[in-house]
Design a protein around this ligand. Sequence first.
Ligand code: ADP
Ligand code: ZN
Length: 303
Amino acid sequence: MIARAPLVAGVELGGTKCIAVLARGRSIEQRAQWPTGDDPAATFGSIAEWLDAAAREESFTALGIASFGPLRVDPAAEDYGCIVNTPKPGWSGANVLAGIAGRFTGPVALDTDVAGAALAEGRWGAATGCATHVYLTIGTGIGGGIVIDGKPHHGTFHPEMGHVRVRRAVGDRFAGVCPIHGDCLEGLASGPAIAARAGRPADTLAPSDAVWSLVANEIADLMASMILMLAPHRIVIGGGVGAGQPGLLGLIHSATAQVLGAYLPGHDHASLEKLIVRPALGHDAGVYGAVALAMEALDSHAI
Ligand code: ADP
Ligand code: ZN
């Protein structure tokens, strides 16, 4: 007889909505959703209440929280679990960990939404069997999570990725939309950047629009840097822009092959097609990320 996967809870805290689920492995058994209001305490209250009610029905064994950032993920830091300096009104300093997990006494794991998505793609999706892999979202912003030897990587902070500077096409004079850096990658290739460049929303542009090859070249610079620095087994590109444009991935493969040249063994065009891939978990990557974090918490607790 195959043992049933343990019941765990996952909370995805997004910039516009929050989702809480109870799940056994990839099977989601209950789900609730709320808008992320301007008052963190009220948002946390709704989630914690739902978790309490769910636990009264059948207790869950671990809780995973996958949150928008910037987020303090170092358990030794005084502000562990808090949102750091967000432009989102009311949310700077909000204690996500205490707000959501406060009443739960079992194992809890908290990380960024993209670190969660990376873990989930590793457990169930496009990066199964990969020890070291990356999940990059290209949507309203650009951000990434890195998993090394099966664990989300943290250093002094969590990886950000979107604000790296990339090489521009010769003659490209677009100033970029990042309020801090102007023409960092997020300032050039995020959804709002593409909209500013093209004069209309990114999702209304034809696959043949000239903007896509500019964007692919800029993303390829990050791909090449990531490959040269991290040597990942897989890079999963998601998000509205990253996964929404059927032709973009092919352009990224070609441009990355060009940037790398023939220098690295095993990184020709055909290999890059297997290395840089679309997500397998689709729109639910964030939710599955929270569930994957809960399962990580359970595994680490059991050691
Ligand atoms: P968020 O990053 O806010 O969580 P998304 O990942 O869906 O949400 O990204 C939203 C951005 O992606 C918007 O700028 C939108 O214009 C863009 N986008 C959504 N769908 C597509 C598409 N099919 N092609 C290109 N851009 C898209
Ligand atoms: Zn920037």
